[in-house]
Design a protein around this ligand. Structure first.
Ligand SMILES: [Zn+2]
Length: 171
């Protein structure tokens, strides 16, 4: 299986913290039911630190566990599996959220705006007209601002997001 660790790394870092990136990769590479003690050993960390990171991943359903009693030591050991399906769906919904907020921003930027030369505040056309094109704070003349640069940037960002192949993280 060909897995996009970069995408998964971005996701877990964002949701569960940067220190879960390497851990996630180890669990994925271990395929299924990876012992938490093995993970602690590979990361050279105490078991409680590893568990703390695992719980953060678990909060987002990115990992699941099953426990087994260790017959010799008599205690329970948890075995962890990474949930690729959940990762995929989280990547998709975060992307949709991002697209939605970019579209909202774009709409706002595309409206006409008016500002005085001191940049006191930004008014839309109706408000600027109500104020007779004078700044309500400094009484300076209001002029239409040019948002073309920002609009261009947002459009470019949107294009990249929309053109990205559909959340493929594992083939
Ligand atoms: Zn002003």
């Amino acid at each position: 299986m060909d897995i996009d660790f970069e995408k998964i790394g971005d996701l877990v870092a964002r949701l569960a913290g940067k220190d879960t990136v390497e851990l996630s990769q180890l669990i994925i590479e271990g395929k299924e039911n990876v012992s938490e003690f093995l993970l602690a050993e590979k990361l050279e960390l105490g078991i409680n630190h590893v568990r703390n990171r695992l719980y953060r991943l678990q909060k987002h359903n990115l990992v699941s566990s099953m426990r087994k009693k260790d017959k010799q030591k008599g205690w329970y050991i948890y075995y962890w599996t990474f949930n690729l399906v959940q990762a995929k769906s989280l990547i998709k919904s975060l992307k949709e959220e991002e697209i939605g907020s970019l579209k909202k921003r774009l709409k706002k930027e595309e409206e006409d705006h008016y500002k005085c030369s001191r940049n006191c505040l930004r008014l839309n056309f109706m408000n600027a007209m109500d104020n007779e094109f004078k700044c309500p704070l400094c009484e300076g003349m209001l002029k239409q601002t040019n948002n073309n640069k920002i609009i261009k940037e947002i459009k470019k960002e949107l294009e990249v997001l929309l053109e990205e192949p559909c959340e493929k993280i594992a083939a």
